[in-house]
Ligand binder design. Structure first.
Ligand SMILES: C[S@@+](CC[C@H](N)C(=O)[O-])C[C@H]1O[C@@H](n2cnc3c(N)ncnc32)[C@H](O)[C@@H]1O
Length: 327
């Protein structure tokens, strides 16, 4: 993000939040969908309040999602590409920004955030177990965004393993990381909560072995030559992570590797930006999660008996890989 030097910079921050709220509300109201299916439409042809469209459509055109002449509107080339990739399926402004507006309460009382009904909006590292529709949407979102990171994780792990090695993808969710590892010839076990396993099985069938359960308590199977823990540790507290990594260490073969993939903070604790900001989502939607630094992860692995720790930052993709070996 841009550094703040002036009141104008604060205005710019507010304008970004406003534009995001508009895109969210348009998505929830099905307005991108309406424009994707029709010839250019004027404000009064869209299924919403005409004045509200007249005021918000130019703002979406300004950020490049719509194209139009001020009278009729259509999706821009970028807007259509994003719409077709499902990247404009945003939650409503209330879901997206309503929670943010309750930051006052979170600062006072701590997270997780409560919805307007007063109910906690806590998740299990992103998943609301009682809400199958939420699980599907969340896993689709992660699947869509993990092509490069799954390939990168498999690329780093592969040279450390022998052909046919047994790999556990813990909290593997949608299965795209497991798929990248299976493509390298490894025998992959996907472990996740039961509804997520059902969902991954629909996508990947017999590509993996599956174990459904709570990774804090259930038998993790094994022993394994490697275990991948991707985008999990940020959702857990320090003691929970210690418990989880100890459990993983116990199912690794001697010489086996743990691969942690996440957005880790550098030792300053301030950056990179995506890791710092992601901590806010963990404050909102988990009981104890936060972004961790590479040093904290080194200490965690050491405390769980793992060594030979290597850290690889993948800057363009905004995440890190941390490898640690069981002696
Ligand atoms: C943020 S997603 C990460 C999915 C995938 N590893 C990735 O990097 O895209 C967290 C995953 O952990 C799973 N999970 C959370 N708590 C769990 C638990 N106690 N036992 C098993 N799986 C759990 C969730 O269901 C979800 O699929």
């Amino acid at each position: 993000m841009k550094l703040i030097h002036s009141e104008q910079d604060i205005d710019a921050l507010r304008r970004s939040a406003q534009a995001y709220a508009i895109a969210s509300a348009w998505s929830a109201a099905g307005l991108f969908e309406a424009l994707a299916q029709e010839e250019p439409l004027s404000a009064n042809e869209l299924p919403a309040d005409t004045r509200a469209i007249e005021i918000t459509a130019p703002i979406l055109a300004h950020i490049g999602l719509l194209a139009g002449d001020g009278e009729k509107w259509t999706l821009s080339t970028a807007g259509r590409r994003l719409f077709e990739a499902d990247a404009l399926s945003l939650e409503s402004a209330e879901d997206n920004l309503g929670d943010l507006s309750r930051l006052d309460q979170v600062l006072e009382n701590g997270g997780p955030v409560c919805g307007p009904d007063g109910e906690s909006r806590v998740t299990q590292v992103g998943v609301r177990e009682k809400d199958p529709e939420n699980i599907r949407r969340f896993q689709d979102f992660l699947y869509r965004r993990s092509g490069d990171s799954a390939a990168e994780a498999a690329r780093w792990l592969a040279p450390l393993l022998t052909p046919n090695a047994k790999v556990l993808d813990l909290g593997g969710g949608h299965g795209r990381y497991g798929q990248a590892l299976a493509e390298k010839g490894f025998a992959v076990t996907l472990f996740d909560l039961p509804l997520c396993i059902d969902y991954a099985r629909q996508r990947y069938g017999n590509t993996f072995e599956y174990i459904a359960g709570d990774f804090m308590q259930a038998d993790l199977g094994g022993p394994y030559d490697a275990v991948l823990i991707s985008n999990i540790v940020h959702g857990l507290g320090p003691e929970e992570n210690r418990g989880l990594v100890s459990r993983v260490s116990a199912v690794l073969k001697p010489g086996g590797w743990l691969l942690l993939k996440d957005m880790f903070l550098d030792d300053s604790g301030i950056g990179p930006e995506n890791a710092a900001l992601f901590g806010l989502m963990m404050l909102f939607y988990t009981r104890q999660g936060r972004s961790y630094s590479v040093r904290e992860m080194n200490d965690l692995c050491g405390a769980c008996g793992l060594g030979e720790i290597r850290h690889v930052r993948v800057p363009d993709a905004g995440f890190s890989l941390l490898l640690a070996r069981k002696p």
